[in-house]
Design a protein around this ligand. Structure first.
Ligand SMILES: Cc1cc2nc3c(=O)[nH]c(=O)nc-3n(C[C@H](O)[C@H](O)[C@H](O)COP(=O)(O)OP(=O)(O)OC[C@H]3O[C@@H](n4cnc5c(N)ncnc54)[C@H](O)[C@@H]3O)c2cc1C
Length: 375
């Protein structure tokens, strides 16, 4: 191993930034290129949830490791806005309740911090939940960060080492040997190149590694004006059980068999997830669209469904919706692959496909790559 290596990292999202953070932490020099003026992909469009609750048992260790790293990073870099707020998944039917009960009694419940709460205990923990539900599955290990301010905060922290520079508006066009050339013709020499392009599977990514086993998934999101009160935990609805492997089992099979999802929720493969931003507004989603070409505009029906469910759980009207957007993430096709690392040359890697858990797992994936490459 060389004492100090020069890394060029392509992509300014959480994967690029977390890999830069891990390399800087190990004493190396990093140049990071982002083609937009700021990270623009999934990272700035997500909920910022560090989500432990529904991860499969096989992914639990790396998820808990990443959550711990986020907490550590949050202590050193307050600008990432880390808060260990936990989450409550509210159940509204007997079949959903059975899934929550099974999760709370499962072998990994203690590691996840699961506890089943009756409505009074739910409200004691999160007084803003004044609506209708049978119970809540509390996950004390879930957490949140402020994705849109976290990347600049992490960069400022790395810049202070004197070993890190960030080039905004710099699209990497070619990798020759281990030199990266951007769209202004600038040449960045490196000992190691890590390409973290998010859902940009074409262009440089395809040129380097061809068609890797990843697909793209599109989600719709919205954000409200400030709630005017504190939502002390993140909130999910029982539909979320349907999308997280950690809840698999006979109870979930029964839920899927006996209770069809509401028409709009099923059509758009929806769950309700809701988290309060530091400015008081709520980030609410989501939908899942798998078939390309994706719509270029947002569909109103899912927003009506999300608003109705959120209002039922909160027992009040939502504040005005002030923003709506869609985001696309890259997901590894093999459901057991946490991320796709494709080697283009001796010291050139493409790393993407973290799916709907890339924000959660970013720090641990950065660390894992650094270990694998002996940094
Ligand atoms: C709506 C939504 C909600 C989500 N919610 C959560 C959540 O709450 N928790 C969670 O854990 N995960 C969540 N995810 C998933 C998570 O956001 C992603 O897995 C993660 O952000 C992927 O990070 P990335 O760095 O790989 O990609 P991106 O964030 O997309 O970043 C890639 C960057 O690379 C740049 N780039 C591409 N090509 C080049 C090039 N040639 N030169 C220079 N720059 C280039 C792009 O401009 C982009 O900024 C969500 C995703 C979406 C879309």
């Amino acid at each position: 191993m060389m004492l100090t290596m020069r890394l060029v990292i392509i992509g300014g999202g959480i994967l690029g930034t977390a890999h830069a953070f891990a390399a800087i932490g190990r004493g190396h020099e990093v140049v990071q290129l982002e083609r937009e003026t700021e990270a623009r992909g999934a990272t700035v469009r997500n909920f910022g949830l560090v989500w432990v609750s529904g991860r499969s048992a096989a992914e639990l260790a790396i998820t808990l490791r990443s959550r711990m790293l986020w907490e550590e990073i949050g202590g050193r870099v307050p600008g990432v806005g880390f808060r260990p707020a936990g989450s409550i998944t509210l159940v509204r039917t007997e079949a959903e309740l059975a899934v929550a009960e099974a999760a709370a009694a499962g072998p990994t419940a203690a590691e996840r911090g699961f506890e089943l709460l009756d409505p009074d205990r739910v409200r004691a923990l999160n007084p803003a939940l004044r609506g209708k539900f049978l119970a809540g599955l509390h996950c004390s290990n879930d957490a949140a960060v402020e994705s849109r301010q976290a990347m600049p905060a992490l960069r400022a922290h790395m810049e202070a080492t004197g070993r890190y520079s960030f080039y905004a508006g710099a699209e990497a066009r070619t990798v020759t040997g281990t030199a990266v050339i951007d769209d202004r013709g600038r040449r960045f020499e490196a000992d190691l190149v890590l390409v973290c392009p998010g859902a940009a599977h074409t262009g440089l990514t395809r040129e380097l590694v061809g068609d890797i086993p990843v697909r793209r998934v599109r989600l719709q999101m919205m954000q409200t004006a400030p709630l005017g009160e504190s939502l002390t935990t993140a909130v999910a609805d029982g539909d979320s059980f349907r999308y997280y492997p950690g809840f698999a089992g006979p109870e979930l099979e029964r839920l899927n068999r006996e209770e069809s999802q509401a028409f709009t929720a099923a059509r758009h493969k929806m769950q309700l997830l809701c988290v309060q931003r530091l400015h008081g507004g709520l980030t609410i989603g989501d939908t899942h669209e798998y078939d390309e070409p994706f719509a270029f505009d947002v569909d109103e029906a899912p927003y009506e469904h999300l608003t109705a469910v959120a209002e039922e759980l909160l027992g009040r009207k939502l504040p005005t919706v002030v923003r709506r957007w869609a985001g696309v993430y890259s997901q590894s096709i093999d459901p057991t692959a946490i991320v796709t690392r494709a080697q283009a040359a001796d010291d050139v890697w493409v790393i993407t496909g973290a799916g709907g858990r890339g924000m959660t797992l970013g720090p641990a994936l950065g660390e894992e790559t650094a270990d694998l490459l002996n940094l």
